[in-house]
Design a protein around this ligand. Structure first.
Ligand code: ADP
Length: 323
């Protein structure tokens, strides 16, 4: 049991994700609802090192539930990667009167939170990343919005592909994980999806394009996960070997922005409330997770040791339904 928490710090760290603002709003308003003081730290761990922080009121988080990005800003901070940096951050947080910190971010940000907890500073993490690549949680805030953005973009690319009888090779984000790619591939009916989790051979792609051409297909979408990359080379190879005009398109950062979907706003609101509730119960060094449609929590050390299974069923769906 930790001492009673009177002041909660909150920061957003690493890659931004739509729904971070909704989670921030939930943290701030839950804290205030229970009579706690909430301090927002700007630019992630960098702000802790630079004492860039301010007390947040109900009005500071008005009108942000529908906004992408993060009003607290985010940053990647090298100095924080050192034990001296972590110690300084913990000292600064204590000096500012912060009793515990809520960290909104991805896997890297959670490792930072773990480091703070190992320096005796209490933390709770909320998983926010469009990549959905955090092992302990079935779902991460921002994933649904990114999926819908990528799906909408590929639908548009498909329109022009079908008009010109072309092939488009589209790179979607996800860092080293293919969760975004496989879900977008299924949702857009992409003929081929290249994933870091599955071995592939470029000749199989040519064979599929040729086979489906014989069945009457005239245009093709090849989804390539960021972890595979090389879309220019893949497009050139397809064009050379099949004779079909092929264009590479990288969807890039449009996938990280935009107004969060209903799902992301609701999950973020629940997770923000849960994070503060944990602190009020004296439960620290936890990560809020989404498990079997429930919002629950897990010890941060255990959370960071978990790996996520890849959804092979979706790989079958993507393959079988696209002939
Ligand atoms: P994300 O949270 O989106 O995965 P990063 O991996 O870039 O993003 O991590 C965000 C920040 O978290 C880093 O810039 C660094 O300050 C901190 N961080 C990442 N890994 C560690 C670690 N092993 N120890 C301490 N801090 C870390």
């Amino acid at each position: 049991m930790v001492n009673e928490i009177k002041t909660i710090g909150v920061l957003t760290s690493g890659g931004d994700a739509p729904g971070m603002n909704a989670a921030l709003r939930a943290v701030v308003r839950t804290g205030l609802h229970y009579g706690k003081k909430v301090i927002g730290i700007y630019n992630g761990y960098k702000g802790l090192l630079e004492n860039d922080m301010k007390e947040l009121t109900y009005r500071d988080v008005s009108g942000i539930i529908n906004r992408g990005g993060t009003v607290l800003k985010t940053a990647r901070c090298k100095e924080f990667l050192t034990p001296a940096g972590v110690q300084k951050a913990a000292d600064n947080a204590r000096a500012a009167g912060i009793d515990a910190l809520v960290v909104l971010g991805g896997d890297g940000s959670f490792r930072g939170a773990l480091a703070l907890s190992q320096h005796g500073f209490p933390v709770v993490g909320i998983p926010c990343t469009i990549d959905n690549d955090i092992g302990c949680s079935d779902y991460t805030i921002g994933f649904d919005t990114a999926l819908n953005t990528a799906c909408d973009a590929i639908d548009k690319i498909r329109d022009t592909c079908s008009s010109h009888d072309r092939c488009s090779v589209v790179e979607v984000m996800g860092r080293n994980a293919g969760y975004l790619a496989i879900n977008v591939a299924v949702a857009t009916g992409a003929e081929v999806c290249l994933l870091p989790e599955k071995k592939f051979d470029l000749t199989d792609i040519m064979d599929k394009i040729k086979e489906t051409t014989e069945k009457g297909k005239t245009h093709f979408i090849v989804v390539v996960a960021e972890g595979i990359g090389g879309i220019e080379f893949i497009a050139k190879t397809i064009e050379k070997q099949t004779g079909i005009a092929t264009r590479p398109s990288n969807l890039g950062y449009i996938q990280r922005g935009g107004s969060p979907t209903v799902k992301d706003r609701v999950v973020a609101s629940k997770m923000g409330l849960k994070a503060v509730s944990l602190l009020l119960e004296g439960k620290t060094n936890r990560v809020v997770i989404y498990k079997d449609t429930n919002i629950v929590d897990l010890d941060i050390v255990e959370a960071l040791s978990l790996q996520k299974d890849f959804d092979n069923e979706l790989v079958d769906v993507a393959e079988i339904l696209t002939y």
